[in-house]
Write a protein that binds this ligand. Structure first.
Ligand SMILES: [Zn+2]
Length: 130
């Protein structure tokens, strides 16, 4: 049927209240036939595709729910606290974090009626400091 894929973010810690929980974040990027992924898994393409194939690094928006500990972690007046940023490098899901406004899908997103994503030239600083 194809609508979205789910990426499990396990034991994700809220940056505000430090509550840890599992989130099943729904994305629309890659082949989206209700697949379930873990971080580190590779997307597949070929049916119910959303977004664009062939980019080295993209960030796409995903949705689940706010933190159960604090309804955050961010001020809901500023960002949607149910929204996540999902980083995909060479078609591998490498990282998920709460959307905090670092990426502006309206401003920088690739125009697409089906998927919000941004092509990045390099990893953001928090992903390079290892
Ligand atoms: Zn919290």
């Amino acid at each position: 049927m194809g609508m979205f894929s789910t990426v499990w973010a396990r034991d994700l810690e809220c940056p505000r209240c430090h509550h840890k929980d599992d989130y099943d974040v729904q994305i629309k990027f890659g082949g989206c036939d209700l697949d379930e992924f873990e971080i580190g898994d590779a997307l597949r393409w070929g049916s119910y595709d959303y977004g664009e194939q062939g980019h080295h690094l993209v960030v796409t928006s995903g949705y689940d729910r706010p933190c159960r500990g604090c309804d955050g972690p961010h001020d809901p007046a500023e960002v949607d606290t149910s929204e996540f940023d999902v980083y995909i490098e060479n078609d591998v899901i490498i990282h998920i974090r709460w959307h905090d406004g670092l990426h502006d899908y309206q401003r920088d997103g690739v125009p697409s009626p089906t998927s919000d994503f941004i092509v990045l030239r390099e990893r953001p600083a928090f992903l390079t400091a290892t």
